[in-house]
Design a protein around this ligand. Sequence first.
Ligand code: GLN
Length: 484
Amino acid sequence: MTELTDLTISESLAKLKTKEISPVELTQAYIKKMGENDKYNAYVTQTAEQALERAKKSEKRYADGTNRPLEGIALGIKDLFCTKDVRTTACSHIINNFVPPYESTVTQNLLDDGALFLGKLNLDEFAMGGSNETSCFGPVVNPWSKATKLVAGGSSGGSAAAVAAKMCAAATGTDTGGSIRQPAAFCGVTGIKPTYGRCSRYGIVAFASSLDQAGPICKDVTDCALLLNCMAGYDAKDSTSSKVAVPDFTSFIGQDIKGLKIGIPEEYRPDGLNPEVAAYWDKAAEILKAQGAEIVHISLPHTKYALPTYYVIAPAEASSNLARYDGVRYGNRVDGNGLDALYVNTRTAGFGKEVKRRILIGTYVLSAGYYDAYYLKAQKVRRLIKNDFDEAFKKCDVILTPTSPIEPFAIGDKKMLENPINMYLNDVFTVSVNLAGLPALSLPIGLSANGLPFGMQLIGKAFDEATIFKTAYQLERGAKFVRM
Ligand code: GLN
């Protein structure tokens, strides 16, 4: 029997509108699931009472016909989005008592459209990581885990796990180098990182400002379109948010893809590529071809420089953004004898190992003498990576690649934890997109021999999420992936 929490947002809205189900009933079903699935450690703060209060108000709105686009839909919010009067931690010891007096623009947009929030979701500390193991609240457990506890991916691990385990109808995420797409792939759900500037960054704790972008993680492609409609839009409070008009993304769902050119980048298929990943990639191309799309082979020649470029630029920006947590202006304070000692004690106690590593790398590549050799060079290569995409998009409309080169691995995997480079290598298919500011979606394509989900990525031209949605919906229909 299907449970209420199995419904997608679009299915729920249809039943809410006909009053077959009520917002309170639906919200209670999600709250029950949150209790049952506590073992996954997806939520770091729960706001069930507040959610039920809002659900009651939504009930009135359905009764008097003033219901808004997401009326009564229960969401989880990555704990990187500031939520007014609700603790926001970035999963770091350094701000684990921060209660924002304001709401981020993206979450405000969702509230204005009638959504309600069940709580704040776990993530890698300051969104730095690919396995959700750097959180000060401990790792998120992938709901697909069998005997061994597996990572949910990161940094939006809590968001992806909560959606997979039906602990919310959908969740917000952020993506600096893959943090929406990779955990979505690991947990068998769908997520889109929109074009840089589509969603306001106002009120989102900053990691790397030129790369960070908010987006939804959902049960399916249609829900992603529905949610992005509400999240996106120009915001005067973020000077990098775009004035490009936001189309109704749901209008592209169901459109056919006849004649659409799908680009397959040769550089994304190195010799050692996991054969299961390669096979699913071929299968995805076949599905799209069967629906009338044309497969074209493209080249993104600077792909091999994407990871080193990202791991210079992202830490550089992070070291600058995180300078504010000094125990004076922001963050928890650990006193010391004099100002220097106060800084050292505060930051030593407040930041975890990975965050410290990024600050060290970032300050190094920005320092006099090294700035030209690392940071400036990385910025130049970033442009070349963007140019590769511009060239490729002369030949195709959308690009198809795997999301991750591997399947979810065990929590505490020594190979990943002892050598951070191994962890960084998992971002090989996702970081280029952020460096170029492009939109990209990940959707589940099938299961590995171990019964774990694999994701496929569709990359679009800037501000052309429309083509991604159109293609993703057809791929979803063809893949027939069975949700958890
Ligand atoms: N795994 C990448 C990193 O650690 C991406 C993180 C993100 O997108 N926030 O930087």
